[in-house]
Design a protein around this ligand. Structure first.
Ligand SMILES: *Cc1c(COP(=O)(O)O)cnc(C)c1O
Length: 383
């Protein structure tokens, strides 16, 4: 092999292939918005909410400005605030706990399961006890459907019910996945998702949505979305946000939602092939019984003693990008160090933060490229 020839780099995300597949449909959808000029709350926003409701089975969908706002708005609507505790996993993207802290409540970090990376119900119970010991009032739990796989919603609902907590599902990575045959969006009181461009269902900017079967909550969320407006335009009845999804993004999402199921199937095919190619070498992700995944990330665990930085560099030399989601669990990060963690500590989260690596996965990753990824991983580990 010619040493001066570097292998063509593979992109970690590939938004361009999807754009090619969709042809001019998104351009036309955006052009319609440019035509009618209803940039805020245009007809596409309502149409998208209806389509998302049909897709998920949730009675009400309230679109909003981001996944973080989706979480925050539900906590605001439920009047979560100082003195309250909200249980969330530590091994997650920071927005999960950030939304809690923004309300003045305290996130209480809980450990995850080593196989699924999702919230461990036993640690959740310990976390609730820890919160009470600290004089906090446990109000809610935020399970995360991490890397695209649904959390164990029955186990979490059981603990939440026994302890009088409401459940807010953070499906920013998992929207589109199902649990025991039912799509995410109808578990607990409400579900939040994100349409950030690299999420499995992404727009061309920031966006998010909240799903609920509770009509009264949906009404409150619609008020919070517009500065807490009441029925009288000049009398705001509560604190709110500039929390709307803009019409352009809704127009983009309407077109992308049409191919979402097909893309989920394609992502699952890649995951199956990775598992066959890598399963005897690294710890590949495992789907728990009753859970499906939309593979927002394909996250492996490296064998004990592997130098992760060296592994990442070896992949890079072969043109294969990788990411470490998440090199620090939330309770290990500067802004969140002072918040309580569940009794017994969070050993699994800390271990995962040390040994996980995410490989490229998306709906347009062809078999030849998948084989390059598999070969690069095998080569890096046998070196
Ligand atoms: C991306 C993400 C969010 C936040 O979504 P934004 O739209 O970026 O605000 C929240 N939770 C999780 C688990 C995420 O991955």
């Amino acid at each position: 092999m010619n040493q001066h020839m570097r292998p063509e780099p593979v992109p970690f995300y590939d938004l361009a292939s999807q754009r090619r597949r969709l042809g001019t449909s998104i351009d036309e959808s955006i052009a319609r918005v440019l035509g009618h000029c209803q940039f805020i709350n245009g007809p596409e926003v309502t149409a998208l909410e209806k389509a998302l409701s049909e897709f998920s089975g949730a009675a009400h969908v309230v679109s909003c400005a981001s996944g973080t706002d989706a979480l925050l708005m539900v906590l605001m609507a439920m009047e979560v605030g100082p003195g309250d505790a909200v249980l969330c996993p530590s091994f997650t993207f920071c927005a999960t706990g950030e939304a809690v802290a923004l309300t003045g409540a305290s996130p209480v970090f809980v450990d995850v399961d080593a196989q699924t990376f999702n919230m461990d119900a036993a640690s959740l119970k310990r976390g609730i006890a820890t919160a009470r010991q600290r004089g906090l009032k446990p109000r809610a739990v935020i399970p995360v459907d991490l890397f695209g796989q649904s959390a164990d919603h029955d186990a979490i609902a059981e603990v939440a019910q026994a302890e009088g907590l409401f459940v807010l599902d953070d499906a920013a990575q998992g929207f589109g996945a199902s649990y025991k045959g039912r799509k995410l969006g109808t578990f607990g009181l409400a579900t939040a998702t994100s349409f950030f461009p690299t999420k499995p269902l992404g727009c061309f900017g920031d966006g998010g949505a909240i799903f609920t079967n509770d009509g009264k909550l949906a009404e409150t969320l619609r008020s919070i979305r517009v500065h807490g407006q009441g029925s009288d335009k000049y009398d705001n009845v509560r604190l709110g946000l500039t929390g709307r999804l803009d019409t352009m993004q809704a127009a983009v999402l309407i077109e992308k939602l049409k191919i979402f199921e097909d893309e989920i199937a394609a992502r699952n095919r890649v995951a199956e092939r990775y598992a066959r190619g890598l399963g005897n070498l690294v710890t590949v992700p495992r789907l728990a019984s009753g859970c499906s995944s939309i593979w927002a990330q394909y996250t492996i665990r490296l064998p004990e003693g592997t130098d992760r930085d060296g592994f990442v560099a070896a992949l890079k030399a072969q043109g294969i990008p990788s990411m470490v989601y998440y090199a620090k669990s939330m309770h290990q990060q500067t802004a969140y160090r002072e918040f309580p963690v569940a009794e017994g500590g969070l050993p699994v989260s800390e271990q995962l933060s040390d040994d996980v690596v995410s490989l490229p996965i998306h709906a347009y990753l062809d078999e030849a490229t998948q084989d390059r990824v598999i070969a690069a991983v095998r080569g890096a580990l046998s070196a």
